[in-house]
Design a protein around this ligand. Sequence first.
Ligand code: RM4
Ligand code: MN
Ligand code: MN
Length: 424
Amino acid sequence: MLLESYKIASHNDSLLKGHENKLAFTRSEIAGTEEIIQKLVDFQIAIPSWALGTGGTRFGRFAGGGEPRSLEEKIEDVGLLHALNKASGAISLHIPWDIPTDPKAIRTLAAQHGLKFDAVNSNTFQDQADQEYTYKFGSLQNVNKAIRKQAIDHNIEVIKHGIELGSDSLTVWLSDGSCFPGQLNFRKAYQNTLESLQEIYAALPDDWKIFVEYKAFEPNFYSMTVGDWGQSLSYARKLGDKAYTLVDLGHHLPNANIEQIVSLLLMEEKLGGFHFNDSKYGDDDLTAGSVKPYQLFLIFNELVEGMDARGMNHAKDLGWMIDASHNVKDPLEDLLQSVEAIMIAYAQALSVDRKALEDAQENNDVVRAQEILQNAFRTDVRAIVAEARLRAGAALNPVALYRELKVRENLIAERGLKTVSTGL
Ligand code: RM4
Ligand code: MN
Ligand code: MN
């Protein structure tokens, strides 16, 4: 389904008056709105190809209908999102869930939708039907060299796919670890993993990055071989300049201070990428900002502060991606909500009075520091986020337009009710 621009224009016309009133008020509340709007226009968040179908839990999956049946249809779905919000201009593929068999055609299709290819992701956390060895006891860490080699070769294969698509980074998330005390020699598992990563690193093109993603728990519950940012940083340091840590918000132990982790990784020049989602208990992969919007804002506050301190380009110098999965919502609506929440948190962080905050910190004025942050968080920035969309040619209210145009109903008519796409 293609979204004609006149439909967006007439939707925007009907909302314009109300929008302009809100924007005028916001401008009177926040300094430097023009600069903020331009940064919002530039900011793009990649959509993972595995989040376009309804997600499940280990108890079940309740598909909603009209799910993309192929990589081509997934690209079309991300194209739809991007047409609606002009902030989802990239797609991230998980291999082998999505194998680009005709990379040239896939690149052309993506370009037609204004999409780039973000990081490619390897998968050594599941066994594939045609695979020789099992990953039951790990992949890159495995005590068996042949199994490690199989996992290394898979990662190199993923890099090759990425090169053909014009991607420039590989994300490695390992489920490796152990479920019981005594099962693993921690140091040997670390060394095997490091050596395996080194072989993968050697296959990276010069202008590529490798992101080492960490996770504290699940599917292994006693130890994870890349379990936290310290371990990821240690691998990234040993690998070299092209290796970075990737922070997935749902991969921490409860109450972890993620904003502090982000700040220090930036200082160490080793923060490479981000997976946005929200959670209450574990790796819940809920819509970004749906449970803890203040935490999302605090994280963006550190991102903006830390990137500015190093003169980094917010839009280009880190990999921004959503990593979520949707059990009870329409995945496309859910992704629109996630992008909106991320944009709001980013806009709030951009509106923080940095000079005043620094003064408060230097004077140990704790009350003032809290006032400054909470003032930015509590000031409604939705009109400037909408204005950025308007200027980019997107919809003032993407979710409302998605419903007005009956996008899901159209997709069901086109693809059928009983389609199940690959993913979580
Ligand atoms: C993992 C991790 C990875 C993602 C897989 C599907 O929990 O977040 O980034 O690729 O899930
Ligand atoms: Mn992730
Ligand atoms: Mn995850």
